[in-house]
Design a protein around this ligand. Sequence first.
Ligand SMILES: [Fe+2]
Length: 257
Amino acid sequence: MIDIHSHIMPDIDDGARTLEEAVAMAEVAAADGIRQMVSTPHMFNGISNNPEPSEILDRVKKLQDAVGSLLKILPGNEVHISHEIAEQAKANRVTRINNRNYMLVEFPQLTVPIGADELFYKLQLQSIYPILVHPERNVQIQNRPSIVQAFVERGVLIQVTAMSLTGDFGGSARQTAEKLLRHNCVHFLATDCHRAERRPPILSRGRDAAAQIIGAERARRLVYENPLAVVNGEPVEMESPIPFTKEKKGLLSRFFG
Ligand SMILES: [Fe+2]
C-alpha cells in the first residue's frame, strides 16, 4: 500500500518528535503492508515554520537514511487553505506530492471556507491537482456531505482518513466517510499518522472497513492504484459521484426553498 498523508517527518510539526519516533512509525507502517509513505508536514496553519521545498527534501533524505529499506519516503506537504495558496504554489513555496502535480489541501475543522472552489480552480489552472484531505472530519461537511460532491464534480480529489472509517474519530466522521464512499466521493485512504501508537500509520483496517461497503477491489484502489498514480504524477480515474438526495434541510433552506 501507499500512504499519501503522514506526519512522520521528525521535529517539524505535531507529528513525530524525534528520529527514533519516526523510525518506530516506519516499523508499524511496514508491518501493516505500507511500502511507500509521503511525508506531508503542515504548511500555513501555524503548526510548522512553513518549511521550504529544499528543506523538506533535505529532511526526507535524512529520514530515508534512518528508515532504510523498511519504507520509501517521498516529499510532500499538507497545505492549509488560504487566499494566497495559488500564489504560494506558483512561487514554488509548496511541496507537491513527490514533486509532481498533486497537492494536499486542508480546510479548517469547523467550516468550508467561502471561495474554496475558486482557490481549487486557480491551482488547477497551474496544472496542480488539489486533493482535499479528511473532509469527513469537517463539521459543515458532516451536516451536508453534498458539499464534497460539488468539489468532486469540479475535479477535486478526496482523501478520507483510515481511522475515520474505523470509528476512531467518532460516529459523525465515520458516518460521513461511509456516505462519501457510497456516493463515489472518495479517491484515497491515508493514515494522516502522527505517532507510532496514537494515530498510527495503519491503513489495512480502514481498507478492510471500506471493503465492507464498496468491495475489496475498489477498496484496494484507494490504498494502492490511486496513490500510485499520484506519486507517479499520472491521472487518477474518477467515477461520477452519485448525487445526495435525502439530506436534511436546515432552517434557512426551509424558509427559502
Ligand atoms: Fe495531516
